[in-house]
Design a protein around this ligand. Sequence first.
Ligand code: SAM
Length: 247
Amino acid sequence: MSEDPPVTGRVSNCDRGRVGEMFGRIAPTYDLLNHILSLGRDLAWRRRVAGLLGTCERARVADLATGTGDLLIALLRRHPELTGAVGLDFSEPMLAVSRNKLRRAGFADRAELLCADASATSFSDGTFDAVTMGFGIRNTLDVRTTLREIHRILKPGGVALILEFSLPRNRVVRWCHLKYLRHGVPLIGALISGDRQAYRYLNESIEAFHPPGEFCRLMAEAGFAQVSATPLTWGVASIYQGHKPRV
Ligand SMILES: C[S@@+](CC[C@H](N)C(=O)[O-])C[C@H]1O[C@@H](n2cnc3c(N)ncnc32)[C@H](O)[C@@H]1O
């Protein structure tokens, strides 16, 4: 087996900006609202991503924009052989929640948390066998830059698994979903988190995000091969998969 480069990340100087500040504010109620707003589907979606990873024996896995760590925990739970996973996020309050959850789940010694920007990490080229990102790429300043960064830090043959919200293709379902996103989500979000603005941002950013076909094209442009999109729950979320070609 080839020598693995050390896993290093930018630990300080988190440039959080407006989005980072917002996640910092909603960190305490983030999980509860996720589960309520998605009627618990978010947990199943993350389990689905975890199930797409092959065996993780000696694999190096990074979960970017790990937030409160639910995707990271799903990966660790599904793959008991996985050690040395990395969760990265630029919001320290989100990471603090994640740190507690990892400890409570007994996974603290299997994962390292780093405060850093997912679109400009200091990991060496080809560090990871797999990179996951759940509901994070939509929030990054430049999607193309982040995709190129994911591609850069993957080993040749490595896989990117990106979970993100999308809009249903069926016109009736889409109409109902948009009503829910525009009216229900900000209302429920405001009631529970006290931050209506954050949950307005949620629906606006989902509506503004690339549709699945376009996002697959961006992944291909960033260098990924065998790119696919799998719709989840009528297409309200999608899993994007892409492989870094072996050279
Ligand atoms: C919607 S949460 C998703 C959290 C988690 N992955 C999940 O599945 O619930 C988005 C997270 O992305 C983080 N984030 C957004 N842009 C980022 C960036 N450029 N670098 C690192 N983290 C970022 C935010 O701080 C936030 O924790």
